[in-house]
Ligand binder design. Structure first.
Ligand SMILES: [Cu+2]
Length: 138
């Protein structure tokens, strides 16, 4: 009794054509190799002479950053000056919401960060996490 069967050679040919079509699509760039660049919102810059909002790093307590909270416009450069006798850091605490920064500030040294987008940037000292600060960029 003759049955309605699929010719296996035709079936194989179909899959060869399908494979070629799919392979051809692979190089078209749709969904392949795309990387999403995180928006840069904070960058380390050389400290300018003047024109900065200044924060001093005074000790290893919760009040170590003084002032602990500042509100500034977009594109403000903030300068931290370590007036303490030990090393501290200025390290972002809202990763990855507003980007990352992590800078070491030696005793007597300064570090400057430029904030180029609005946001609430919580930060801390990674060596003394009790030390926290907030930069609100409007
Ligand atoms: Cu510290």
């Amino acid at each position: 009794m003759k049955q309605n069967t699929i010719n296996p050679f035709m079936l194989a040919g179909f899959f060869v054509v399908l494979a070629v079509v799919l392979a051809g699509c692979g190089g078209s760039g749709y969904g392949g190799g795309g990387t999403t660049m995180a928006t840069v919102t904070v960058q380390v810059v050389a400290c300018p002479v003047g024109g900065t909002t200044d924060i001093s790093i005074e000790n290893s307590t919760a009040a170590g950053f003084n002032p602990g909270s500042v509100a500034v416009p977009v594109n403000t450069t903030i300068k931290w000056t370590n007036v303490d006798s030990v090393q501290h850091t200025v390290t972002s605490a809202t990763v990855p919401l507003y980007g990352t920064f992590n800078t070491t500030v030696n005793p007597g040294a300064t570090v400057c960060l430029k904030f180029t987008a609005a946001g609430a940037f919580n930060y801390q000292c990674s060596l003394h996490p009790v030390m926290t600060g907030l930069v609100t960029v409007q």
